[in-house]
Each structure stands twice: as C-alpha cells, then as structure tokens.
Design a binder for this molecule. Structure first.
Ligand code: PLP
Length: 445
C-alpha cells in the first residue's frame, strides 16, 4: 500500500495528517516525539482492541473457543487492563509476567502460566493466587506441582504441553513444534503419553487437557490443520489407553503479521475457520467429543498496534557503497533484526507525504555492527532531527528490550482519539545504576 509515494503499510488508525506528518490514534507523531522524547514506543489502543475483538468474534462468539493473549509479546499493566477489558485470557511465561498481571488486577482464573523451567517459587506463586491453568512442560514440573499443591491443600488445574512433531515454515528460532525442541513432551516417542498417565495418577493434579504451539510468524494455515490432526489422534490414543476424555485442547499462538512487502498473513477469521474446522473434522474422524479449544495469539494482536519513533542523528554516506542513517535507538529496543534477521518498513514521520528520494540503511546506536534496524529502504532525504517511524513493532520489541551499552529503555505511550497517555516511563540513568553495589572494600579506595 502506498501513501503519498511512501511504501509502508499503515496499521490501525495510522494515517498522514494535513501537516504531512504521520498520525497514530489522532496524535501527530512529530508532536509525540517532541513531548515524550525518542526512542518512543507508540501503542495504538484502537488497533490493539480491534485485534482482540476479531479474536473474540471469530473464535469465542462463533465457535465457543477461548482466546488467551500471549503476554510475552507485549506486557505492562496498562496492556493487562485492556486485555482484561476485552474479555480475553492472558498467557504469562514467567513470575515477572505473572506478577505484572496480578498487580494490574487481571483475574487470576483467566491466566495461563507457561514456561519450560518454572521455578518452585514461580509455581507456588501461581498456585497461591489461583491461576486458571498451569501448563506442565515436563515430568519434573508435574512432580513439582503435585508436591507444591499438596502442601497447599489444593488440586492444581494442569494442561500438559506436548510436541506434535510438526515443522512449521518459519525462522529456526521461533519453531517450537518439532520433535527436537526444548518445549513439551514428545508424542512420537511415548513421553507425552507417560506424562498424561502420570498426571492422572497424581493426587493433587487436576488434569484438564493438552497444549501444543508449533511456532510463530506462521502464514500457512495448513500447519495448524496438521497440528490439529496430530493432536486429535493423540486425544484418541489417550482415551484408548487411559479412558480419559480430553476436555481442553490449547493450540497455542503463532499467526503471522505483515512486516514487509511479500508478507501475506491470513485473516483472523480464516485462521479461526481453518483451526476450528480441522478440530471438528478430526474429532469426528477419531470418534471423540470436540474438546474446548483455546488459542494463544500474541503477535497478531500486539504487533500491528505498535510503532517506534526515533530521532535521526548521524547520516554517513560511503560513496558508491551505502548511506547510513543512524537513529537514537536500535537493537536494545528492537532486538529482532539482529536475532532473526527480521525486516521492517519505516517512514519519516515529519516527511510522511514526501515521496522517497533515496535508498538508505537504518543503523542503531549500539556498539555492534549487527545493530542494523533496516537494510536498503527507500526514504525521502533524511537529515539529523528527522523522526523515523518503524511500523509493526508492538510484538517482541519492548518485551525483548535490553540495556546493552547501558542505554535506558524507551518510554511507551498509549494513543487514542487524539490523546496520549504514558504507560511506561522512560528509564533514567538512575534506573541503570539503582541495583549496582560498590562493595565496601572498593568504596574505601
Ligand atoms: N503460546 C506460546 C506457548 C508461545 O510460546 C508463544 C510464542 O512463542 C505464543 C503463544 C504466541 O505466539 P505468537 O506471538 O506468534 O502468536
């Protein structure tokens, strides 16, 4: 899609305003940069909510399935409130994410607790707070949960994570359903069945169902249909070997989003029809009741709702080689290009109506040659002080951010209807040293 000669897909409420500036949630991005500083994460509330609503409509209302937002993609207390308000559940992957959700008042019974090595303290916290489901990733966790629940006088609602042996077509680091994975118990070699049998034996485990997650940034709906077929055949095997009917089937998340030209993510409605169609068809084929289906979308809710604003600094041209446009952030606020060779589109927010004039590469300010946000992008001529807007940064950006080079993490603003509210304060230099300790013997020097 092009806007004023620009080649960048606009998500949600993003548009070019009368001043020729990029606008999100009715807020002029140049003004946002001035008021809140850069780098700045901008979260389009309407877009985030709209994505939640599509999941509600096409999974919950149409099929009676449950939708659990994957907090690992983007989580802070304001996001927890929005997710709760939209009626979705929340998938947390650590004690820290769980703490954030509880602090924000997220209903504990709608929380699903994931992770392949949850500590006894994290599991105890989940049990004490009455978390809705705890996903047991391995035998060790099952035993640990049983012991902790016993001490607590509670029966814990548990879903067992299995690896269905599916190779989803996505980046190696975000594939998770193949047999050789750190996540889950393998179906093929009998470990998953052994896990189910053990869960049924343990006194303090309330075995609710099965989970799988085949990967992330997936465009092919066939991968989900394949996962549903494998899972339903395992549901049947469990019934035959144990007499237990699986009540819940959690098929994870993974729906891809548009980042750059050529990306063709399926619509949420088509994803829902494909997944639910495959579950129903395979349940019939296996002669088992249709389980309650749960999906855990992350990126497809939060990704398109985020945009990151940066200020352009040094512009360096190596004649005949390349022009580098450097911004005031980079791999610390968005590690994905360095981690996964992820690609993004961008525009100059203050020149959003100007047609592209040159091909440049966007460099970050971290001390790594690999700190390149975008290679070879067409932009209007960029000068120091321009505001660069990178689109679709809502997922796995803030949540993966880091303090490499002791750079403070950016602020985040929630924009809607022309108003901007700070939902994460910018870290200060003080924040960077607040946990540093100079031991007595060094202080004396
Ligand atoms: N569920 C689980 C168990 C995951 O590991 C992930 C991400 O890796 C998700 C859900 C969310 O995936 P996505 O952001 O691709 O929708």
């Amino acid at each position: 899609m092009t806007h004023g000669g620009l080649k960048m897909r606009f998500n949600g409420t993003t548009r070019v305003n009368e001043k020729g500036h990029l606008e999100i949630g009715g807020c002029d991005c140049v003004e946002l940069a001035r008021e809140f500083g850069t780098p700045l994460y901008v979260l389009d509330e309407e877009c985030f909510r709209q994505n939640c609503r599509e999941y509600r409509r096409f999974f919950m209302e149409k099929y009676g399935a449950d939708v659990v937002y994957a907090g690992k993609t983007l989580l802070n207390m304001a996001v927890c409130r929005i997710v709760a308000n939209e009626g979705l559940g929340l998938d947390v992957g650590s004690g820290g994410e769980l703490y954030t959700a509880l602090k924000a008042g997220f209903p504990a019974e709608r929380i699903f607790f994931h992770g392949n090595n949850k500590s006894p303290e994290e599991l105890a916290m989940a049990i004490e707070n009455g978390v809705g489901r705890i996903m047991a990733d391995n035998m060790h966790e099952l035993e640990l949960l049983n012991g902790l629940a016993g001490g607590n006088g509670k029966k814990v609602p548990v879903i067992i994570r299995v690896t269905p042996g599916i190779e989803a077509h996505t980046h190696e680091y975000i594939k998770t359903g193949q047999i050789d994975s750190k996540f889950g118990l393998v179906i093929e070699n009998g470990q998953a069945m052994a896990g189910v049998k053990r869960a049924l034996e343990l006194d303090n485990i309330d075995f609710k169902g099965l989970h799988c997650h085949i990967g992330s940034q997936i465009f092919e709906l066939d991968s989900y249909c394949h996962a549903a077929a494998v899972m339903l055949s395992f549901v049947r095997m469990v019934y035959e070997e144990t007499g237990c009917t699986i009540g819940e089937l959690d098929l994870g998340g993974g729906l891809g989003v548009y980042y750059v030209e050529g990306d063709r993510p399926p619509l949420i409605r088509d994803y829902a029809d494909a997944v639910m169609g495959a579950v129903i068809e395979n349940a019939l084929k296996q002669g088992t009741p249709v389980p309650r289906v749960i999906v855990e979308p992350g990126r497809s809710i939060s990704g398109p709702a985020g945009t990151t604003l940066y200020t352009v600094g040094a512009v360096k041209e190596i004649p005949g080689v390349r022009k580098y446009v450097t911004v005031d952030g980079g791999m610390g606020d968005n590690p994905r290009p360095a981690l996964y060779q992820a690609r993004y589109e961008a525009c100059l927010a203050n020149k959003a109506a100007t047609p592209p004039q040159e091909t440049v590469s966007i460099a970050g300010k971290y001390c790594e040659s690999g700190d390149m946000l975008i290679w070879d992008i067409r932009l209007p001529s960029a000068a120091p002080g321009d505001i660069l807007a990178v689109s679709c940064t809502g997922a796995y950006n803030y949540s993966m951010s880091m303090n490499y080079n002791r750079l403070p993490r950016p602020a985040m603003v929630l924009v809607n209807g022309g108003g901007a509210a700070l939902i994460n304060r910018r870290e200060s230099f003080h924040d960077l040293v607040k946990n540093d300790i100079i031991p007595e013997r060094l202080a004396a020097n």
